[in-house]
Design a protein around this ligand. Structure first.
Ligand code: SF4
Length: 323
């Protein structure tokens, strides 16, 4: 018999009461998702490797009467405002995110689908916000030039394996009315200088970006090949965050590269579609030496048995570490 877990209960409640009511219900009851406040002195900040520098460990405290306010109060307030209220776990998904198809670890992909999240430290949040502004600024220019033909953020859908994503935009080339995929990536000036030369339309798998920005190419190719979008070409736009220089990489869809990407995800799909969801065994794909060192799920992954674990088991392990 199918096990009824908390998520199933929520879905039944949501269906019977309506989403609006359910949202309010969750906000005011114990079903509210676990939210943490990863202040710079919290255990989560330590897990993230974002321990504050010496002398910054303490939260701003109310000074005694007549004592000058420590000048760091505003810096601490800004960082803590950016870092707080980040969920440790989100609702599990029965699909992979398009932006994650280039994740070089299937275990990591499955943990992400389970809803595992690593809170982001303030500095990274500022970097992401800047990236969002750069994307918005370019989108405004495309709109002013009247070359956005399809609704921006068109949805990418695959069934087997299940993948969902949102493109940045689909543009219309004025010269021939061709519909082209647009993906915008903001990068720092050093990476921008080191990135390959711009190039004209070539197969995605033949782009030099495959070596330097593997994840971007896999994401782009998965989007441009999406059966529901009917595209065949497009570009990745790099814009440097410091000097706003731009490079355009024009790309054609590459079915061979897509098949390799999908074949890998098909290995992991049964684990996120099973009931209960599972983390795959480490043996599912060959060891990738350097990936583990930089993986921010490592603290959790190393505590999960090599043969894998169910959703509830993984949550219990994580609870012991992060609370
Ligand atoms: S620690 Fe290694 S195996 Fe585990 S999720 Fe990270 S990259 Fe994957």
């Amino acid at each position: 018999m199918k096990k009824v877990n908390e998520n199933d209960k929520r879905k039944v409640l949501a269906a019977s009461l309506g989403q609006d009511f359910m949202r309010k219900y969750m906000l005011s009851n114990s079903l509210t998702p676990k939210i943490i406040t990863p202040t710079r002195q919290s255990g989560v900040a330590v897990l993230l490797g974002s321990r504050p520098e010496c002398g910054m460990e303490r939260k701003a405290e109310a000074p005694a009467k007549g004592v000058a306010v420590a000048p760091d109060w505003l810096r601490i307030l800004i960082d803590e405002t950016l870092e707080k209220q980040q969920p440790l776990w989100e609702e599990p998904r029965d699909y992979f995110r398009g932006s994650e198809v280039g994740d070089s670890c299937l275990r990591s992909l499955c943990l992400s689908a389970m809803g595992h999240r690593m809170p982001i430290e303030a500095r990274l949040r500022r970097i992401f916000n800047t990236g969002n502004s750069i994307e918005a600024s370019n989108m405004a220019i495309f709109a002013a030039a009247d070359i956005i033909r399809d609704t921006a953020q068109a949805e990418v859908l695959y069934e087997k394996p299940p993948i969902k994503g949102h493109v940045d935009a689909i543009l219309c080339r004025p010269q021939d009315d061709a519909r082209i995929l647009c993906e915008i990536k903001s990068i720092n000036e050093n990476s921008f200088k080191r990135s390959p030369k711009e190039h004209g339309p070539i197969l995605a798998g033949q782009s030099p970006l495959l070596k330097t920005h593997y994840r971007y190419i896999l994401q782009f190719n998965t989007y441009v090949c999406a059966p529901n979008l009917g595209l065949s070409e497009g570009f990745i736009l790099f814009e440097s965050k410091d000097k706003q220089n731009q490079k355009f990489y024009w790309l054609l869809k590459d079915e061979e590269l897509l098949e390799k990407t999908l074949a890998r995800l098909r290995l992991a799909a049964p684990y996120i579609l099973s009931d209960p969801m599972r983390v795959p065994p480490v043996s599912l794909e060959p060891d990738k030496d350097s990936t583990h060192k930089n993986c921010n799920r490592r603290y959790l992954c190393t505590r999960i048995p090599d043969e894998g674990a169910t959703y509830d088991e993984v949550r219990a392990i994580d609870k012991q570490v992060r609370g």
